[in-house]
Ligand binder design. Structure first.
Ligand SMILES: *Cc1c(COP(=O)(O)O)cnc(C)c1O
Length: 398
């Protein structure tokens, strides 16, 4: 067979050539750096920053985002799973990486050691198991681990009332070195601060109990994005921003605390333009019927790429700087727009599905409000099928 048409060659050339792309996620690295600086400006000079890049950097593409963040002065990275950590290491990233997840089978512990990742430990039995796995590997230095307390989230972590026992027991184990003590806030984005204050208090009391027993946790951390914005009492020696680095705010009432620039946009191409007459149904189930003669465009992005199907008939896109309505059910791979206002729209033109075009902007918060979820879920819903492109390296409409 002609080598130029082997499956690998074709897939690779489609991956590389912009003319072939049907849709993609565009990353604005300058915005990412701007957001790092904005977060930094809220911290005391010696507070470290751990950028949370789990879930493919909230759908932005973990490797490029992590590289940009590290170059911008972020001290640590955090991911959820071992493979997410390995992906960064394999790409040559050397910053310390915390694993926020807490499943550590024997094979995972081997991978953690081999790839120089730092696991979270939430229970004493888990610490014992990991200590044994590490012992079996005959290392010349202990494994850095991080202890997590549950101060009110009721998710991962040892109960804060057992903080001292937990710390003491783990400290006594061989082959493990405690790198930090941390907890996670459940309601830092709420206007009512009661629960957050309770968690701050519990974390402080846990630390006091550990210190009274003669231990000195080397690094303390608590704050997610909302915690960072709400109170510097949550900052301790390190903060763990996720969402705000990507330029979205955890809650409207926190917007004024920081000047953020959204990092991600989503673009897709027009694959067909057609006229339909009044009364014509559009897409599965005919959930849209044209009430007049109209011009519609087929756009090559669908729910399999991360556009929620629940946005059907409820979203807009930006075509040549103008908002146009989406019509009919969003399908797996494509959706339709009413482009009656844009009479000479061409096949292959690029439209903005999410993000800015000219003076018009559609944000992940707009989508989230429409489908009753949060911007976090919208962002990490963008699938690997969408290539990630840097803003300056992608095609523009002629
Ligand atoms: C995801 C996560 C964060 C970041 O949360 P944001 O709200 O996106 O800032 C911080 N800490 C932990 C433990 C997390 O799981």
């Amino acid at each position: 067979m002609d080598d130029r048409f082997s499956s690998e060659t074709v897939i690779k050339s489609i991956d590389l050539e912009w003319e072939q792309q049907r849709a993609w996620v565009e990353i604005d690295r300058a915005a990412l750096v701007h957001n790092v600086r904005q977060v930094r400006s809220l911290l005391k000079p010696d507070t470290q920053m751990m950028a949370v890049v789990k879930a493919d950097a909230y759908g932005h593409g973990a490797i490029d985002v992590a590289r940009t963040l590290v170059a911008a002065g972020v001290d640590w990275l955090a991911v959820a799973t071992v493979p997410e950590g390995i992906e960064l290491r394999a790409a040559g990233i050397v910053a310390p990486i915390l694993l926020l997840g807490a499943i550590h089978t024997d094979i995972q512990v081997r991978a953690i050691v081999q790839w120089n990742l730092q696991p979270t430990i939430c229970t004493i039995p888990q610490a014992i198991t990991i200590s044994k796995s590490v012992a079996a590997l005959n290392l010349d230095k202990p494994l850095n681990i991080h202890l997590k307390l549950d101060t009110g989230m009721s998710r991962l972590g040892a109960n804060w009332q057992q903080a001292e026992t937990f710390y003491r027991e783990v400290s006594s184990l061989p082959y493990l070195k405690i790198g930090s003590l941390y907890s996670h806030l459940a309601t830092a984005d709420a206007i009512d601060r009661t629960v957050m204050d309770m968690q701050l208090d519990r974390f402080a009391r846990s630390i006091a109990a550990i210190e009274n027993a003669g231990y000195a946790p080397p690094l303390l951390h608590l704050a997610n994005s909302a915690g960072i914005l709400t109170t510097d009492r949550s900052h301790y020696q390190l903060v763990r921003p996720g969402l705000i680095l990507y330029g979205l705010c955890p809650a409207p009432h926190l917007q004024s605390k920081i000047d953020l620039q959204p990092v991600l946009s989503v673009k897709a191409r027009v694959s067909q333009v057609k006229e339909i007459t009044a009364g014509t149904g559009v897409s599965y189930g005919y959930r849209f019927i044209a009430d007049r003669d109209m011009q519609i465009a087929v756009i090559e992005i669908g729910y399999a790429d991360g556009v929620p199907r629940r946005l059907s008939n409820r979203m807009q896109a930006i075509v040549r700087g103008q908002l146009v309505p989406q019509i009919g059910t969003i399908t797996m791979d494509r959706l339709m727009l009413d482009v009656s206002q844009i009479p000479d729209l061409q096949v292959d033109e690029i439209v903005t599905i999410l993000g800015r075009d000219g003076s018009v902007y559609i944000s992940a918060d707009d989508w989230a409000n429409e489908v009753e979820t949060i911007s976090w879920e919208i962002l990490c819903g963008f699938k690997p099928r969408l290539p990630r492109a840097n803003k300056d390296e992608e095609p523009k409409n002629a």
